[in-house]
Design a protein around this ligand. Structure first.
Ligand code: RIB
Ligand code: CA
Length: 319
């Protein structure tokens, strides 16, 4: 594969996961999208897997294999975020049904085989945008994949304050034990946490502009994103954070972002701090393996332009 970056998407679509997919599938000249695994999170495994299948077809990426991953967190109960993403997981948007089925019985095995099957000398970048259950299972079941993973660019965590609780971000809170396994694996991680993603908003005007479009893809994403504006998290606010899109935009346009290296551990207690990512900025701690680049700055106008222009590019092609 000419110098394309091998990536694997692991997601719980999910409205902002759907935006991340759109960013990735529009840039297959630079990204070799090896596959997509679903993980229970925003909605049940059945719903997020169905959404992943529909989104690949809707976005012209039917050839990208979709596999079903974990149906439940490692230890915790699943708590879908229907209030934020809707019963379907895609807000008000009803995508057409598709014939496409998952590419394999077991998503973790398929992911293992895909990583180990890369051409000699090539590595995989993992791009998780949901709870880290699949990534933890992969690393614990098949540790031999470690040397073929160049980086994990994940949406999750927060250096200061949460969204699902006062202290924790949803993806980490949903499966803290899985997150601790991933953060403790000693692999290079870029953490696209709330520190940066809460800055990465589309305004109410931009979202309604998508909804009022007569173009298929832009209107569909307007239907998804409009649900955010009616949700408890964003009611009355001037926009909505497109958390998951930050992972793919970081891969495509790293200079739009800045961050700091830290050591990150996860609170796996049952209490108020369940799922908190403890971001340790002390230099003395930086020698530990698995330092994390925690993003905390973004060029917001550029982010917004790229997201909107990329969504528009799908309709330009089909015109
Ligand atoms: O906290 C935001 C994260 O939780 C995003 O990945 C969103 O899709 C939800 O999964
Ligand atoms: Ca997500």
């Amino acid at each position: 594969m000419e110098n394309k970056r091998n990536i694997w998407l692991d997601a719980d679509p999910g409205i902002d996961d759907a935006v991340a997919f759109a960013m990735a599938f529009a840039n297959r000249d630079r990204l070799n999208i090896c596959g997509l695994s679903s993980v229970a999170g925003n909605q049940t495994s059945e719903r997020v897997t169905g959404n992943a299948l529909k989104l690949t077809v809707f976005l012209g990426a039917e050839d990208v294999p979709v596999v079903q991953g974990a149906v439940l967190p490692l230890l915790r109960e699943i708590v879908p975020a229907g209030d934020i993403h809707g019963k379907s997981g895609l807000g008000y948007c009803e995508l057409p049904s598709v014939e496409k089925k998952p590419a394999a019985e077991n998503g973790i095995l398929f992911l293992r085989d895909t990583i180990l099957g890369l051409p000699e000398g090539e590595k995989m970048t993992l791009v998780p945008t949901g709870p880290l259950t699949n990534i933890a299972l992969l690393l614990k079941t098949f540790p031999e994949v470690r040397e073929r993973i160049d980086e994990i660019v994940l949406m999750g965590g927060s250096g200061a304050g949460g969204n699902v609780t006062a202290t924790a971000e949803f993806n980490i809170w949903a499966d803290p034990e899985a997150a601790q396994i991933v953060f403790g694996a000693g692999l290079p991680i870029v953490m696209c946490g709330l520190d940066v993603t809460q800055q990465c908003i589309l305004t109410r005007e931009q979202i309604l502009g998508l909804y009022q479009s007569d173009k298929t893809v832009q209107h569909a994403y307007g239907e998804m994103l409009r649900f955010y504006l009616d949700s408890p998290s964003y009611k009355g606010s001037d926009g909505a954070a497109i958390h998951d899109a930050v992972t793919v935009l970081y891969l495509l346009h790293p200079r739009l972002f800045a961050g700091k290296r830290m050591h990150v551990e996860v609170d796996c207690s049952e209490g108020l701090n369940r799922g908190m990512t403890v971001c340790d900025m002390r230099r003395s701690q930086l020698q530990k393996p698995g330092d994390v680049l925690v993003l905390n700055q973004v060029d917001l106008p550029a982010f917004q332009k790229i997201v909107l222009d990329t969504l528009a590019s799908y309709d330009a092609v089909s015109e």
